[in-house]
Each structure stands twice: as structure tokens, then as C-alpha cells.
Design a protein around this ligand. Structure first.
Ligand code: AVI
Length: 325
């Protein structure tokens, strides 16, 4: 009942395994400097992200989970029997809520988790198989892009592509456009798209969520430097950088940066790259956009993704949107 296909290098189980590092060279040669957010997610980074999701200040996961718990049955009733594809499945914790709802309606379950981390994908798929006797899993260790190209028409009455956790917010607006085009290109008319997005809210709540008191988000951000060291034979000293996160209100995005604590030079040998930092210079490592529910619904509508229903929590902090092509 379990099939796992590696569309990226199995030995290093990460999208980045096949990366040449050109994006790192390009990002660090830019002003201001930037490193693509995908470099957060080596094994240690993925573990730290799991810890972030449990933090008291990080309301996103908890809020989305509560919305799913409340409305998964409604979602399952609206879509009927369908195959679930999940982009960025991670530990599949939230997906269980959806699987439960479809399971309770008596539908045999077919789940396609997509994640760049093969280790997490395989271990969570095995756990799911124990819990759901009717479940078949076809995991894809892959980037979203490759996986979307690989999807063949479903054998079930329909399919729902799930992109929850507000990962859409980590894409730059142009990347977001491109991503949504790829989603619709991979869908057949009548199929569903379930999107979880973090909503705009007061600055202090957002800034607390990305500057937690235990310093886990700081460790997550700084771990990117260790990851670059390992991957590209680098000599970043993560003690000489500090975590910075703030809400850029005009752009409606939280920005995470790494700030150099002194003037310093760093080498990434495998990339033949030497980078000079001024004291206080920053590297942008992530944006996390915060959405307006009405605006995003209109945007999806113009792409042919008809919003069927939107759910939110009592504070309207997080939104879950079900669309149909
Ligand atoms: C994965 N993504 C939705 C998280 C976010 O909130 O943008 C990543 C993260 N960065 C810092 N904390 C969590």
C-alpha cells in the first residue's frame, strides 16, 4: 500500500541535493543579500520547524488545525470521494484530520504526499498506513513543480490538491503567480484546491510569532548558515550573525533576516565564493506574506479557481479556502 518515488536525489533526500548553488551565488551577490528560504530545510531545519509549530507564540499551526478540526467534515461532504495530494506534507499531522473525515464517510483513501524530505515523508506515510487500513500512499520526494508535472489523472471520482500551512506566503508575488499557474495546469476541470493562508493582523501578534521567547525561530534562521556550510564547504560562524524578524506593514509580510554582528568575510569553497559582510549588514532569508481573504479569493477566481467556501477562526487570524477548477 506504500509506494515512494524519488524525483530528487535519494541519498541526500532534499531538493537542494540536486542544486548547483547558483541561486546562493546569485542571492549573496545581490544588494541587499538574500538566500532562498528552501535552504532552511535540511534535517535539522525540518526538526526546528516542527518545534516552531508547537510554540505558544506561533499561532498559525494551532489555528489552522482548529479550523480543520471544525470543518473537515464539511470539506469532505463538499468534495465527495477524492484523492488527496498534499504539497509540503512534512509530518502529515494536519492531513490526518482530513483523512479522518473522508474515512468516516466510508471512502477508501488515496493520498499523495509531496515533500523534499524523503525521511519525514517515508516515516509519516508508514504511521498513516497503520492507522488507516484502507489507505494507499503514493509519496513523491520532489519539488512541488516536478510533482505537479508528474500527476496523472486520478482513478477516483475527483482529486483535491492541498497546500496548507500558509506556505504560499513564503513565495515572492511573482513566484506565487507562477506557482498558481502550475497548480491550475495540473488540475482537471471540477477538481479541488484547498489552500491555507495566514491573514493580516496587528503587528505585535505577528512579530511575537517570529521572535519567540525560547529562541527556536532564531535557531531555525541561523541553522541555514550551518546548512550552507555543510552543503557548500562553507565557514559561516553562526555566532557572528543574529536573527531578525519584523512585520513590513506596507508589503503585508513578515521578513526574516540574518544580521552580521561584525565586518567579516565568509567563504563557500564548493561554490568558489567569497562574501564580504559589513558590520550590521543583513541577508534576507524569508518573507511570510499575510493575506486578505477577499483579495486572495478574487485572485483565485480570476485564475479560474472558483472559491466554494472559506473558513476562518473566531479571531480571523487564519483562512482555509476550498476552490474548484
Ligand atoms: C513554512 N512557513 C509557512 C513558515 C511561516 O510562518 O512563514 C516558516 C516559518 N518561518 C519562521 N517561522 C516559521
Amino acid at each position: 500500500r506504500l509506494q515512494v518515488e524519488y524525483l530528487v536525489n535519494p541519498n541526500q533526500s532534499s531538493e537542494i541535493a540536486s542544486a548547483t548553488g547558483n541561486d546562493v551565488i546569485q542571492g549573496l551577490n545581490q544588494t541587499p543579500k538574500t538566500i532562498p528560504a528552501k535552504y532552511f530545510y535540511d534535517d535539522q531545519g525540518s526538526l526546528l520547524f516542527e518545534q516552531i509549530c508547537e510554540l505558544p507564540e506561533y499561532y498559525l499551526t494551532r489555528t489552522e488545525t482548529a479550523i480543520l478540526q471544525q470543518y473537515a467534515h464539511e470539506i469532505a461532504n463538499l468534495t465527495g470521494h477524492c484523492e488527496l495530494v498534499e504539497l509540503g506534507s512534512g509530518s502529515s499531522t494536519k492531513t490526518r484530520i482530513l483523512l479522518d473525515a473522508y474515512n468516516q464517510l466510508g471512502y477508501p483513501l488515496y493520498y499523495i504526499p509531496v515533500d523534499v524530505s524523503g525521511g519525514i515523508l517515508e516515516s509519516s506515510a508508514k504511521d498513516l498506513l497503520v492507522k488507516y487500513p484502507s489507505l494507499q500512499v503514493h509519496g513523491l520526494v520532489s519539488t512541488y513543480e516536478l510533482a505537479l508535472q508528474r500527476l496523472t489523472p486520478t482513478q477516483l471520482p475527483s482529486r483535491m490538491i492541498c497546500f496548507i500551512g500558509s506556505t504560499l506566503g513564503n513565495l515572492q508575488p511573482e513566484e506565487c503567480d507562477d506557482f498558481l499557474s502550475k497548480i491550475t495546469a495540473a488540475m482537471e476541470p471540477g477538481e479541488y484546491f484547498l489552500l491555507g493562508i495566514d491573514l493580516q493582523k496587528p503587528k505585535h501578534i505577528l512579530e511575537a510569532a517570529y521572535n519567540d521567547s525560547q529562541g527556536v525561530t532564531a535557531a531555525f534562521n541561523l541553522n541555514m548558515l550551518q546548512h550552507l556550510n555543510q552543503r557548500f564547504q562553507g565557514n559561516f560562524d553562526s555566532n557572528q550573525f543574529e536573527h531578525q524578524a519584523f512585520y513590513n506593514e506596507s508589503q503585508h509580510q513578515v521578513e526574516m533576516h540574518l544580521r552580521s554582528l561584525k565586518a567579516q568575510t565568509v567563504q563557500l569553497q564548493a561554490l568558489n565564493l567569497t562574501i564580504a559582510f559589513e558590520d550590521g549588514e543583513t541577508i534576507l532569508t524569508e518573507i511570510s506574506r499575510k493575506f486578505n481573504l477577499k483579495t486572495i479569493q478574487q485572485e483565485l477566481q480570476t485564475r479560474g479557481l472558483k472559491p466554494l467556501k472559506a473558513w476562518t477562526d473566531a479571531n480571523q487570524w487564519f483562512g482555509l479556502l476550498l476552490c474548484q477548477l
